[in-house]
Structures are given as C-alpha cells and as structure tokens.
Design a protein around this ligand. Structure first.
Ligand code: MN
Length: 474
C-alpha cells in the first residue's frame, strides 16, 4: 500500500475556573483517562494526544493555531467535561482549518444516585456544557462532527474511528496529485471537469503528460525487474494461458509487468498517487495497460479509465479513507432488469481492482476490440458479497457534486465464458429503478468508486468537510 503520512488527533477538555483548582485537576485526570483508554482500545486507527484543559480564550486560540501549522495533526477532538463558556471558543474555532469532532460524552455512563452531590455536579456538566459549546459551533456554521454517547462504548469508539479516517482523507486530499497520460476520451462529457476548481475545492493537482514520455520510462525497464515481478505474480495469482501459445502468453504478461513498473516509476518520481489512461491515446505502447493498472490499484494508486481524472482522484481519496481495503474503480457495465433480479453488473474492459476478488484472480490474455493494439493480459475474477457504497463525482458550472448510494453486492449469477473481465454485481438499497433514476437525474456518471469498507455516513462527512454538494440516494 502506498504510504500515508503518520497522523494524530489532538484532544482538549473544555472547562472554566469557577469551581477552583481541584476541580480543574479532576477534569485533567478524567480527560487523561479517556484519552489513554481510547488509545488502548485498539478501536482507533490514529492516535489521540491529550493537549490539556482549556479555560481561556487565549489558550484556545493558541491551541487552534498550533493545530493549523502542525502537519501531523489531522483534526481536533473537544470534550466539555464542565460548562465551558463558549465565547472563549469563538476566535480559536474561527481560526481552525482542520476537521473538528465534538465528543459529547460524560465521564461516567450512569447517574450515581447514592453519592451524587454538588461537587459531582460542578465537575460533571457535559449535559449542559455540550449545549453551550454546540450553540457556538452551530452559530459559526462550523459543520463539525458530533459523536454523542458513552466514550467507552464500542459503537461510540467506532464512530470516532470512522470520523478519523474521513479527517485524514480530508487532509490528504490536498496532497493528491493525478497524472493524466493523454486527454479524456473524445466527445465524452461526464469525464470532463474544471481542473483549477478541483484544486481550489479539493486540493487535487491534475497534470498532463504525453504518452511518449511514459513510453521512454517503460522501455527503460530492465528484464531483471520484470523477472522479479513475474515471480511475485505467480505466487499471488493463477496464470492461465488458455488458448494462447506459452510464448504469446508470457510475452503479453511480461509486457504488462513492464508497463506496471514503468508507470509506477513515472508516478513515484513526480509524487503522483493517481493516474488515468485513455485507450484512444496509446502512442508507442504495445498494449492498453490492463494487468498493469490493476496491480497499481492493488498497491493503492487511484485510477480512472478514458482519461477520467476525477474518478482517479476520488479513488485515491477513498482508498486512503478505507486503508486501501476493498475500495475500487468501477463502471456500470450491463443490467439485469428482470423482476426480482434487478441488478447492475459492474466491470470494465480490463481495469478492475483485484482487492474485491472473492476467488483467486486468474491472469488471462485475450483480444481487446478497441484500441487496435496487442492482446492485453488482465486479471479475471469474481467480486464479493456484502454491503457497500457506490460513489461518483460530477462537475457542474456551480461546483462538484458527489452522488452516492448504499448498495448490496452479490456475485454474478453465472459465469460469462465469452466476457473475460473481472465482475461485480450490485443493487442499490433503494432498489435499482429508484436508485438508478435518481442517480441519472442527479447527473452521476458511469465511472464510480465502490467500497465495501466505507459507510454512507463517512461519504456524507467527507462531503461536509470538503464543502461539496452531496446527493445521497438512500
Ligand atoms: Mn469506462
């Protein structure tokens, strides 16, 4: 997996001086306990670091400035143990440029009826302290995340964990660089977009390179490097020559590995973590990158076919969010419209990410009807079963729009002996007719990112953080 920078989250407890120093020491002690136990729970993907108890506007403002300039801090978690007068939070919160989670929790998950007294009440004021603090965030239109519930509960910890993944993806979004080999497919509308606006809004750098520049890098790949990848391929997948002569099969596979290594070197040299190709522009290449693109997606690179740089960037972004777990480039390929069977069969000519395979992928070599090049090697496999989300991004004059729906994934009902591509079947949770109608109405394209790891709530949170319009079909 392509590495992601090590991130952490800074945690502060809100309080005030009204009840004396001893109560502030108790606030600090309880905050430390919560942070220690959150970290020890093993539920959170990123470390939480306690940065103390905040009681004044000056300390809060300084804290938020420190968060902004520290590149390892992905976001802030706040907890109001006592009532923390929210005017103190105005300046700092307005300066904060990173995601904010308000953990609306209480130190104890019960009311200690036998022992409760005013000392207890002076210390444990989350019930009303959260309202005071929440009012200010609402008034400032911060659109922060609120996680409500007992901090020790598994479901609350999972909500924090999923938000952390979104917050890290948000930070990383501004570092995503997409390499376009060639332009978008001729005459196609939905894969177009405003690259300057994408950088302003989502932070995506989208650069063009002539395919010839890539060809030079690919042609320089040493035979020994291809040998090493070939050996790895034999370990990981099943090589299936089929009707091909052994020589033709090996030639095609080795050429794809040569493309894989060459593209990877080209991307890594320029700091690119996503890329797109276009079958109409393969100047100097012997094959459309099929297996090559699939291996790069497996490694964590975002990919878009037909020059679709928006889906390439979205794919990389969601792979970061999902820790590169079963989060893949997909295309609506063909339909089952029979009553009771309604489903979309997703696939692509070649480029489907093997991380959703439910069987051991086979390396096969078959002709490709378009592109007018050599028969490319590709991975052929069957997708998985389970809940997933399907997401796309379209560009309109008024901005970018995310469109998504939760889906139920299944395996195709039968083999397709004459269609040798990787395949995944799914049905929108709202039903195919309703889901697809809304998708088309909203202007969602046929290229998507399908994820078995991410939730609809995470897609929602991401859209809020990035200030993107989101059409949720659920
Ligand atoms: Mn396509």
């Amino acid at each position: 997996m392509l590495p992601v920078k090590e991130y952490e989250f800074w945690f502060v407890a809100g309080s005030q001086h009204l009840y004396g120093e001893e109560q502030l020491r108790n606030v600090a002690r309880d905050a430390e306990d919560i942070v220690d136990r959150l970290n020890a729970s093993g539920s959170l993907p990123y470390k939480v670091v306690l940065k103390g108890v905040m009681t004044t506007a000056d300390s809060i403002t300084q804290f938020m400035k420190d968060v902004n300039y520290n590149d390892h801090v992905a976001g802030v978690i706040t907890w109001m143990h006592t009532f923390s007068p929210a005017k103190n939070w105005i300046r700092g919160t307005m300066l904060l440029q990173k995601p904010l989670l308000h953990l609306a929790t209480q130190y104890l998950n019960t009311i200690p009826y036998d022992t409760i007294d005013f000392d207890y009440m002076n210390l444990n004021q989350s019930a009303h302290g959260d309202r005071e603090y929440g009012y200010l965030n609402a008034r400032l239109n911060i659109k922060n995340k609120i996680v409500y519930g007992y901090w020790g509960d598994a479901d609350v910890q999972q909500e924090i964990a999923q938000w952390q993944d979104v917050a890290v993806a948000y930070n990383e979004s501004f570092r995503i660089k997409v390499c376009r080999f060639g332009d978008t497919m001729r005459n196609v509308a939905v894969t177009e977009g405003d690259k300057v606006e994408a950088q302003i809004r989502m932070g995506w750098t989208v650069d063009y390179y002539a395919v010839g520049d890539l060809v030079a890098t690919i042609n320089a790949v040493e035979e020994a490097a291809i040998d090493a990848e070939y050996a790895k391929l034999q370990q990981e997948y099943t090589l299936t020559p089929g009707d091909n002569t052994p020589e033709k099969f090996e030639h095609s596979v080795r050429y794809q590995l040569k493309e894989y290594i060459g593209i990877k070197r080209f991307l890594d040299k320029g700091g690119y973590t996503a890329f797109c190709t276009n079958f109409e522009d393969l100047w100097g290449l012997d094959q459309l990158p099929g297996l090559a693109s699939q291996l790069l997606m497996r490694d964590g690179y975002g990919f878009g076919a037909e020059g679709d740089w928006k889906t390439a960037a979205l794919g990389r972004l969601l792979k970061i969010m999902a820790h590169n777990d079963r989060t893949v480039f997909m295309e609506d390929y063909t339909l089952d419209l029979r009553k009771g069977h309604e489903a979309i069969l997703g696939a692509h000519m070649l480029e489907v990410d093997p991380s959703i395979a439910s069987d051991k992928p086979r390396v096969e070599v078959h002709p490709l009807d378009i592109g007018d090049k050599e028969d490319p090697a590709r991975l052929v496999f069957t997708g998985s079963e389970g809940d997933a989300v399907d997401v796309t991004v379209s560009d309109f004059r008024q901005g970018f729009r995310l469109i998504s729906y939760p889906v139920t994934c299944r395996k195709p009902e039968a083999e397709t002996p004459n269609l040798p591509v990787a395949k995944q079947l799914w049905t929108p949770k709202v039903g195919l007719k309703e889901g697809a109608t809304q998708w088309i109405q909203a202007g969602g394209g046929h290229h998507t990112v399908l994820s078995f790891r991410l939730t609809e709530e995470q897609i929602h949170d991401l859209a809020v953080m990035l200030g993107m319009e989101l059409v949720e079909i659920c």
